[in-house]
Design a protein around this ligand. Structure first.
Ligand SMILES: Cc1cc2nc3c(=O)[nH]c(=O)nc-3n(C[C@H](O)[C@H](O)[C@H](O)COP(=O)(O)OP(=O)(O)OC[C@H]3O[C@@H](n4cnc5c(N)ncnc54)[C@H](O)[C@@H]3O)c2cc1C
Length: 487
């Protein structure tokens, strides 16, 4: 969700001078005119949080996509048939002027106006760019026509429209990163013939060691996904993909899960400071004080700052509230693969420091594997876990809170409480339980206190578990914990 570079906005812009136009109104304040460009999850969140924080000026949201905003991370669930587009819909935004199917074509910074593809001009006091990212397709010969358009049947996977382009029985997925793996598994569950082509020795080879990668490969093969590992696409012919060993794969759809690039054209054309993404500070400020940017189109000064946090920071900042986030510098990266039937998680970068103690556990027959790296105080610095759901949940909490592991490590990995290890450490209120919707334990406790006494009611109240669903067990546990501590 992030660019990786660091930097602060300012300095390199070449366009019109910021803030010197005919418009003299303040950029911030609850009554100002806000225009948001991009109705993905993060742009949608900005609008929702602005209203939440009492912004009562006009808010207009332009989105190039034709329909209502939706949960993009759940697109694979359409491909396996478990959800419909209606299930993905994000909550409605009352009091926001929504213009779906309308794009921002240009920004007149001097006049503080956005030009739209419907040839009107929208004045703003603050403009928020949430233009997201677009699939990056590899430069394989034959993938595009000479005009630059993709050949029929070739697509990325970023939108509902991309999902609708997935047709036929034979699907070739290019790229064995998280998106490629989750998509290949979903398509296979949906009954298609799927081949996953990946240049590495196993999928997710940039995150997993060989033992974990071997178990993932085995799981995908058992699902019926055909794997072409150590191969790259060399050329696209009508209905065929040529690999570098000259092997030909037939396809009805060629799905490229080969990375994304921030959509920055609008910002760059307006002369904002842009590198890989639009450069922003911790409150989403670009090099123009009247323009903020959030989400996947940005390159934040702190690369662990999530789109959700950016949206909250911008909404607070525009309504004159304190912005509590110090960025994600203290946050520890947690990755969980969303393939039903397989628990796979990586805490940290999966590597180990020089003095780290390494604990490994391997049960090849049952498909279980763990590799933990611990510092001298017994705290996790990184971990790779496969097939150990309970251990992954517990270790994620210990990792995020920086709590040393109990001595009985095998018992912890196998999900049994270690003797004399005491009760598991309680999750602190600020711990994020649902990462997809950024729901903290405190938010769940508040919802519980307000009457949401069942996991389903907690999901309705907070949206926890409605993303990838991997926090469902944790939410059930917290529900029990709240019930026990409620008189
Ligand atoms: C299948 C899938 C699984 C994912 N899983 C995860 C995950 O597990 N964890 C994670 O962190 N991230 C995940 N992501 C990435 C996540 O979806 C993005 O980080 C998130 O969507 C970013 O939201 P955004 O609003 O910044 O941008 P986007 O979702 O890209 O939305 C941008 C919107 O702006 C619109 N737009 C662009 N230009 C203009 C314009 N000029 N005028 C008007 N509208 C415009 C676009 O049409 C689009 O609707 C996943 C993505 C996919 C596709």
């Amino acid at each position: 969700m992030r660019g990786t570079g660091r930097g602060r906005p300012g300095g390199t812009e070449t366009g019109t001078e910021a803030g010197t136009g005919t418009e003299t109104r303040a950029e911030t304040g609850t009554g100002t005119r806000v225009v948001i460009v991009g109705g993905g999850p993060v742009g949608h969140r900005v609008a929702e949080r602005l209203r939440h924080h009492g912004h009562d000026g006009p808010v207009t949201l332009l989105d190039a996509e034709p329909g209502p905003a939706y949960h993009r991370v759940l697109l694979p669930s359409l491909l396996d048939g478990t959800l419909t587009p209606a299930d993905l819909r994000l909550p409605d935004l009352p009091d926001v002027h929504l213009r779906h199917g309308v794009s921002a074509a240009g920004i007149d910074r001097r006049r503080r106006q956005v030009r739209t593809t419907e040839h009107d001009r929208l004045p703003y006091d603050t403009l928020v760019l949430a233009t997201g990212a677009r699939p990056h397709l590899p430069p394989v010969p034959g993938l595009r026509h000479a005009s630059g358009w993709l050949v029929e049947g070739v697509t990325g996977l970023r939108s509902l429209a991309d999902c609708a382009r997935v047709r036929g029985d034979e699907i070739v997925v290019l790229g064995g990163g998280p998106l490629g793996v989750e998509t290949a598994a979903a398509l296979r569950r949906g009954g298609r013939n799927v081949t996953l082509v990946h240049p590495g020795p196993y999928p997710l080879d940039d995150r997993l060691d060989a033992a974990a990668g071997g178990l993932l490969t085995r799981h995908l093969a058992e699902l019926g996904v055909r794997l072409e590992l150590g191969r790259v696409a060399a050329g696209v012919l009508p209905g065929k993909l040529a690999l570098d060993d000259e092997w030909l794969l037939a396809w009805d759809t060629l799905l490229c899960c080969t990375g994304v690039r921030p959509r920055t054209r609008l910002a760059a054309a307006a002369g904002l400071a842009v590198r890989a993404g639009v450069l922003v500070d911790g409150e989403g400020r670009t090099s123009d004080p009247a323009i903020r940017a959030v989400g996947d189109c940005t390159e934040p000064a702190d690369s662990l700052f999530t789109g959700w946090e950016q949206a909250e920071a911008v909404a607070r900042s525009l309504t004159g509230r304190r912005v509590p986030y110090g960025g994600g510098a203290g946050r520890r990266p947690v990755f969980r693969l969303r393939v039903p039937g397989l628990t796979l998680g990586v805490l940290g970068d999966g590597g180990a420091g020089a003095g780290d103690e390494i604990v490994t556990y391997r049960d090849q027959v049952r498909g279980r594997y763990a590799r933990l790296a611990l510092d001298t105080a017994g705290r996790l610095t990184s971990a790779v876990l496969v097939g150990l759901p309970q251990a992954l949940a517990t270790l994620t909490q210990l990792y995020e809170t920086g709590t040393p592991l109990p001595a009985g490590r095998l018992a912890l990995l196998l999900g049994r409480p270690a003797p004399r290890s005491g009760p598991p450490p309680a999750l602190p209120p600020e711990a994020v339980v649902c990462r997809c919707n950024n729901v903290t334990k405190a938010a769940l406790a508040d919802a519980f206190a307000a009457g949401a006494r069942e996991p389903g009611a907690l999901a309705d109240a907070t949206r926890a578990t409605t993303g990838c669903g991997s926090c469902a067990e944790e939410v059930r546990g917290l529900c029990r914990e709240f019930a026990e501590s409620t008189p």
